[in-house]
Design a protein around this ligand. Sequence first.
Ligand code: KG4
Ligand code: ZN
Length: 338
Amino acid sequence: DLSTTILAIESSCDETSASVCVNGKILSNYIANQSVHEKYGGVVPELASRAHMQNIVPVVDTALAAAFPELNNTTDRLKQLDAIAFTQSPGLIGSLLVGTQFAKSLALTLNKPLIAVHHMQAHVLANLIGDDIPEFPFLCLTVSGGHTQIVLAHDPLNLEVIGETIDDAAGEAFDKSAKLLGLPYPGGPLIDKYAKTGDPLKFKFAEPQIPELNFSFSGLKTSVLYFLQKQETGFIEANLADLCASIQHTIITILLKKVKKAVQQTGIKQVCIAGGVSANSGLRASLQEMGQKHGWKTFIPKFEYCTDNAAMIAITAHYKYQAAQFASLDANPSARSH
Ligand code: KG4
Ligand code: ZN
């Protein structure tokens, strides 16, 4: 048959995920989160790679079973695959190695091609999953725990970074601010949760003046720290919702100001968001609102395709397969972006 079935594996940070797609349609996307890091206030690389080792077989098995419920064993399910994709970079090297080695072994055993995927490209292309998808060219604000970029997508395999953070990522701004408020890691989703009942204009935090389409978030953390140091004991507890809402509002304002500038500069009015921080309900609502106001068409991936997941690796691999961009069996992962 002429259809192309791809198994994709994502293990760049602290989520082990596997997904199956047929001709770009996602059949399954299974994600195992790692709770071991919570008490350390951040991802511990050594613990992450060990957890990936424990998770990878059951995660792949679950994704295959969900994709092919009519087949009752793993061997028959594996026979459906035409290619194996994996996240090659960027990420934690020990974590990436687990997914890479697993994907290479499967490709070798099944004698199927291997596809190496760039994690940040995949975050952007998560916007191509589903029916209501952007046309090229489009802009994408990619906001994760490690990256903050404005990307001009010319076509699936040609993404141009036209702006990025000069220091911390937006996700770090959320997580570091949350830590100052005494919230556990990762604090982004918790700030989102408490912000819902808070006043976003109650407290003012410094907004950086950075040229072009670039961002800076290290000042915000310092601004929050100095502000909190001046307060009395019990202040955080008494003002948690307003603090979260105000911090979130500041981050969203910084992000969307540059998105607006990017639309003005490029004339492109299709705007997507991607990456873990695009799960933020305030950011999602503000982007939609801004789009309506300025006549843009906005696209927001489904929740499960925003934070790290293998479906975005699968959709990217789908385009790479079509372009015959395969990796060799001696492909190595890389912690760095390039
Ligand atoms: O893309 P991602 O899952 O992993 C990386 O590639 O970094 O992004 C993780 C980041 C973390 O900083 C996390 O706090 C943030 O995304 N995040 C959120 C929300 N959900 C995840 N930040 C704000 N609001 C959320 N709802
Ligand atoms: Zn990510």
